[in-house]
Design a protein around this ligand. Structure first.
Ligand code: ADP
Ligand code: MG
Length: 236
């Protein structure tokens, strides 16, 4: 295969941070459990996308990360699969409150993330609950009460449920802000700040975004510790 530098150059990957690990240029490089590798191959994927190749090894070192790559580049599995590895290491039984929290701007996107988490997490018996507005709270609260490894949520609905004290974020140690740029555009910053304040400070924080404007840089600086940054292609 290509050297790390040649791979980065070919796929327009730029990195900044201390001792950034080399990209995983193949699925076998990842050391993912065999049932997960089988699922990836059965889905028809032949190799990690560039954002996956470079962000997986960083996330799997338990480091904070900012990953900037355009829509359609495979960011969801970029944070979900290291989240599964994190769960394998930290999971308690029974799982009463979530360990992994993913914030997403819209119901539609949250549902898509939930579908990927269910598809790729099934073989590892990972459970996922999705919380979003515009739907009754009852079924979502029942899902939560059953215990869950992962919560995927829009900031508004999660904040409502948090204020009702129907969820605890005190066990969250892997926090993802997906489409951080869109969440801020939609005015979710106050809800995001309340949610992050309810998550322990001893955690790993991951931000995946299509663009990197100053509003996103500001919350990255507030929420992350010494993050590694990965950009794919030209970012604005
Ligand atoms: P983004 O969040 O960057 O917009 P998604 O995570 O939604 O992108 O992924 C876009 C599409 O690419 C999805 O259909 C997903 O299943 C697919 N995909 C993810 N990883 C790979 C891969 N390694 N190889 C091929 N397709 C992939
Ligand atoms: Mg996405």
């Amino acid at each position: 295969g290509l050297s790390p530098d040649a791979y980065r150059q070919k796929h327009e990957i730029t990195v900044s941070g201390d001792n950034v690990p080399p990209p995983f240029t193949s699925f076998e490089d990842t050391g993912f459990p065999s049932e997960l590798l089988r699922e990836l191959l059965q889905t028809g994927f032949s190799a990690p996308t560039p954002i996956q190749a470079q962000s997986w090894p960083i996330a799997m070192q338990n480091r904070d990360i900012v990953a900037v790559a355009k829509t359609g580049s495979g960011k969801t599995l970029g944070y979900l699969l290291p989240g599964f590895i994190h769960l394998k290491k930290t999971r308690k039984n029974p799982q009463l409150s979530p360990t992994v929290l993913v914030l997403s701007p819209t119901r539609e996107l949250a549902t898509q993330i939930q579908d990927e988490a269910v598809k790729f997490g099934k073989s590892s018996r990972i459970s996922c609950t999705c919380l979003y507005g515009g739907a009754p709270k009852g079924p979502q609260l029942r899902d939560l009460a059953n215990g869950t490894d992962i919560v995927v949520a829009t900031p508004g609905r999660l904040n409502d449920i948090l204020e009702m004290r129907k969820v605890s974020l005190s066990e969250v140690t892997y926090l993802v802000l997906d489409e951080a740029d869109r969440m801020l555009d939609m005015g979710f910053e106050p809800q995001i700040r309340k949610i992050v304040n309810a998550v322990p400070t001893r955690r790993q924080t991951l931000m995946y975004t299509a663009t990197w404007p100053k509003e996103v840089r500001k919350i990255a600086a507030d929420f992350m510790v010494n993050p590694v940054q990965v950009n794919i292609g030209n970012i604005n």
